[in-house]
Design a protein around this ligand. Structure first.
Ligand SMILES: Nc1nc2c(ncn2[C@@H]2O[C@H](COP(=O)(O)OP(=O)(O)OP(=O)(O)O)[C@@H](O)[C@H]2O)c(=O)[nH]1
Ligand SMILES: [Mg+2]
Length: 292
């Protein structure tokens, strides 16, 4: 059997989580149109007859000022260690490659780096040619591929380019296992995805979600969660007029959980609170699952 770990790295919003989900044909990592969606390293396991590829989606790399930002950056760089290949993804619609060059050069790993120029649906063919030439010169990658993951273009080529980099060995995860994250983690992420969907950028970015109770029995699943915002006025916005916003979030999250898990959600209770400075408090970051 051929096996291997592949880390997916890149700046925020380039399409890393979209790629992970496309590779697995399942939703494992949340996707949003807003940057800084992914906060943890999330493994997605692709099992085929003769191979197992473990893809690791990572937080988009950026240089922010909060402790949470540093932790996310650390998580991404650490995920590039001890892997058999690295996929470095670039958003082709971004004009300058300067930030990408800086990040790419900061990845201290000997694993072959495959650069994927994504979102080519957003640029003209001539522009794509120019970008590819520039990337080859500035990055000197093991391989350069172009893709439009959203339009299902280039996914097969990515898999095919990784196959020769796999090693002979025993599978890391049992067959049938899709991700290293349990349902309680997924519930937290689904609620975060709905916050990102319904609210403007800065609110979800300043929120954490904590699952306070998760019970599964023959009748279904009951979940209690808490959304922790940064400021008191954000709490009001998340709850909405007469509770209308939190109701929308709850309905959408419940529906998504039922679709993803093929099960019944008996109850989803979501409380909203605020905690100024949680993104800079080691104690809180540990409590909300962002630090060991
Ligand atoms: N036009 C276009 N949009 C894409 C493509 N791939 C992904 N997207 C969109 O780009 C946005 C960001 O996608 P994500 O997969 O969440 O990006 P990410 O790199 O995981 O972002 P972070 O988690 O913030 O680091 C979403 O709105 C996707 O639908 C593509 O090939 N073309
Ligand atoms: Mg992501």
């Amino acid at each position: 059997m051929k096996v291997g770990f592949i880390a997916i790295l890149g700046r925020p919003n380039v399409g890393k989580s979209t790629l992970l989900n496309a590779l697995l044909s399942k939703r494992v990592s949340i996707v949003s149109s807003k940057a800084q969606t992914t906060r943890d390293a999330i493994s997605g396991i692709l099992n085929e007859k003769d191979y197992q590829m473990v893809f690791v989606d990572t937080p988009g790399i950026f240089y922010g000022k909060e402790k949470l930002d540093s932790l996310m950056k650390k998580t991404a760089f650490e995920s590039s260690q001890d892997v058999d290949a690295i996929i470095y993804m670039i958003d082709s619609s971004i004009k300058s490659l300067d930030d990408d060059v800086r990040i790419f050069n900061s990845i201290s790993s000997n694993a072959p780096k495959i650069v994927v120029l994504n979102k080519i649906d957003l640029i003209k063919a001539a522009e794509a040619m120019e970008k590819k030439k520039e990337i080859k010169e500035k990055f000197n990658p093991y391989l350069l591929l172009e893709a439009s993951i959203k339009e299902n273009f280039g996914i097969k080529e990515i898999k095919e380019s990784i196959y020769p980099l796999l090693k002979e060995g025993e599978p890391f995860y049992p067959e049938g296992m899709l991700t290293d994250k349990d349902k309680s983690y997924q519930a937290k992420e689904i609620i975060r995805a709905k916050l990102l969907h319904f609210l403007r950028q800065e609110i979800p970015h300043q929120c954490a979600v904590k699952i306070t109770s998760f019970k599964e029995d023959t009748k279904g699943i009951s979940i209690k969660a808490k959304i922790i915002a940064e400021k008191e006025n954000q709490k009001g916005i998340i709850i909405g007029k007469a509770g209308s916003m939190i109701k929308n979030i709850k309905i959408a999250a419940k529906k998504q959980m039922e679709t993803d898990w093929h099960c019944h959600i008996n109850e989803l209770k979501i409380e909203v609170d605020f905690d100024p400075g949680w993104r800079n408090s080691t104690k809180k970051l540990i409590e909300f699952g962002y630090d060991e």
